[in-house]
Design a protein around this ligand. Sequence first.
Ligand code: PMM
Length: 288
Amino acid sequence: MGPNHTVPGLAEHGRCQVMGVVNVTPDSFSDGGAWFDHGRAVEHGLSLVAEGADIIDVGGESTRPGAQRVSAEEELRRVVPVVRELAAAGVAVSVDTMRASVAERSVEAGAVLVNDVSGGLADPDMARLVASSGVAYVLMHWRGHSHDMQSRAVYTDVVQEVLDELRDRMEAMISSGVTPDQIVLDPGLGFSKRPEPAHNWALLHQLERFHELGRPVLVAGSRKRFLSRLLGDPEAEDRPFTECDSATAAVTTLSADRGAWAVRVHDVRPNADAVRVAAAWSDGGARL
Ligand SMILES: Nc1nc2ncc(COP(=O)(O)O)nc2c(=O)[nH]1
């Protein structure tokens, strides 16, 4: 197990944490828009906490490859009420947004973490908001919006280049007033990464190198194409995304064993079990 960091505003459990996903979108690639209604989204978030989620990640804009952007007004309409109700229920809520305006209103509504897949590149105002609010911040590796991000998936050494680009973004955020302890890093599995060559597997294979950056690492492989491709059989197409939850739990176990601070997953229960197995295995049951 690698380092367990403390992140301001987030409880520490002495183990890898589980971030449950609630996509308040009509077209989410991984759950088919099941939680587009606010009431259903809040219910789903509470049920994920009951299954063992430590954090609930609320997103209002699909980031799957090819997805079109939604307006700031629509994104605000989708996420802020859900953030507010979950936070009021005592849930640790993160908001999955690239927009400073959405992050700001979500923090006001009680979010304790801003999960920015663009690492501050999509909205120049994000650094100011994160610095002024002091909120914890997920800085993910990103090379452009969904509509053309795969055209940027060209690397000579994907692990070294993702590390270098994350370091550059972290330094940029810190020079804008963000303190290092606010920052959680994420290699951005599936974002400007190709299944062939296996960029995502190369990043997971060398996950421990991300500790070189001295910040907690979030791994978000849940139901992603590199898993459905792995599990597909040669002649047929990929395994359906919603049938990749066992593989996701395997990624969780291995990520936790290699010191991931948290995993971001859709199906919480098997992953909540996996992080507990990894913790008990790692310390020989000392904390049981
Ligand atoms: N930090 C972080 N956030 C994310 N949000 C959405 C998605 C897209 O997946 P989904 O829409 O199926 O949840 N992936 C990530 C990710 O890899 N890292």
